[in-house]
Design a protein around this ligand. Structure first.
Ligand SMILES: C[S@@+](CC[C@H](N)C(=O)[O-])C[C@H]1O[C@@H](n2cnc3c(N)ncnc32)[C@H](O)[C@@H]1O
Length: 289
């Protein structure tokens, strides 16, 4: 019932705020984010996106046939205030738990979220992307579907890396999957002096872990680079991490796209753009987490 109420409220607000969105919000919002904001507002895909999404989605139903294992292990997102480091200051991951192969068909970016990511990177002209959290490679496919992009993606689960490789190979060979924990892989990339113009942080959704990885990837980023955070309304704790990012002077712009929060690296005048000005804000997904 609550969900129905939200959808009605959403529809009403969408109609009432149409003028505000078009004539005020979009006029202030930097052009590079228009595609992403319009997707949230209008919920429509272009013909090209529809074709691409159905091509990418075809892989999902094939996942069970790719593994003979009964279960596939992955690192879960921990509860708030459980973040720990080892003696060297490296982050410890969340619990490593097994789930049926069928359950893994449903994990990873949906079409809507994939197209949202695609519009964010395409809008910003991003070419080199680092992803924390590969899973079965769906977000990776959407990134790689933008012409000219290269992706380095980190995943702790070897079984998921294998599936992700098969998935992403269909779209492009311009990817490197690092089967390591996030902090281990970041160390390797720092030694290699790698550099990126976008990082997507999509694993270990907990405030302190999120802030930790945000700090760790900064030396890998070019000026003006994007840090895209997934699930900024996942828990109160994750939302607090996002609010800290909004206040952080390291970022000249922050954009609240509900399902993703985007930070632009730079020390220019600070600006914050929030879809909540035009649409009802989503409720926090996991209460008391
Ligand atoms: C939410 S999923 C990523 C979804 C994917 N980006 C997509 O949208 O299709 C998060 C993934 O991160 C991995 N992960 C979580 N914490 C990790 C860590 N500390 N090191 C390495 N992998 C980790 C998990 O095993 C899981 O597969």
């Amino acid at each position: 019932m609550k969900k129905v109420g939200f959808y009605v409220d959403n529809l009403v607000k969408r109609v009432l705020n149409y003028g505000k969105f078009k004539n005020s919000f979009l006029k202030r919002l930097p052009q590079q984010f228009h595609g992403a904001a319009k997707l949230l507002y209008y919920h429509t895909f272009t013909e090209e996106e529809k074709k691409l999404a159905s091509e990418i989605e075809r892989f999902r139903s094939q996942i069970p046939a790719l593994s003979t294992a009964k279960e596939i292990y992955s690192y879960t997102s921990p509860h708030s205030n459980t973040f720990k480091t080892d003696e060297e200051g490296k982050a410890l991951p969340g619990e490593y738990t097994g789930n049926s192969v069928e359950a893994h068909m449903k994990t990873g970016s949906s079409t809507f979220h994939g197209i949202l990511l695609r519009r964010i990177v395409a809008g910003a002209g991003v070419k080199r992307i680092l992803e924390l959290g590969t899973n079965t490679g769906f977000s990776g496919c959407y990134f790689l579907s933008v012409p000219g992009t290269e992706l380095v993606t980190i995943e702790g689960s070897a079984a998921l890396c294998e599936i992700a490789k098969l998935n992403m190979d269909r779209i492009s060979d311009k990817h490197r999957i690092m089967n390591m924990l996030f902090d281990e892989a970041i160390d390797v990339l720092l030694k290699e002096k790698a550099s990126f113009d976008c990082v997507f942080i999509d694993g270990q959704h907990e405030q302190k872990a999120t802030l930790h990885y945000t700090q760790r990837v900064l030396p890998l980023l070019k000026p003006g680079a994007l840090i895209v955070h997934d699930d900024i309304y996942w828990s109160e704790d994750m939302h607090q991490a996002w609010q800290k990012m909004v206040q952080d002077p390291t970022f000249s712009q922050t954009v609240d796209l509900f399902y993703k929060g985007v930070c632009v690296l730079g020390d220019g005048p600070k600006a914050h753009y929030d879809m909540g000005e035009c649409l009802p804000r989503p409720e926090v997904f996991r209460k008391n987490w």
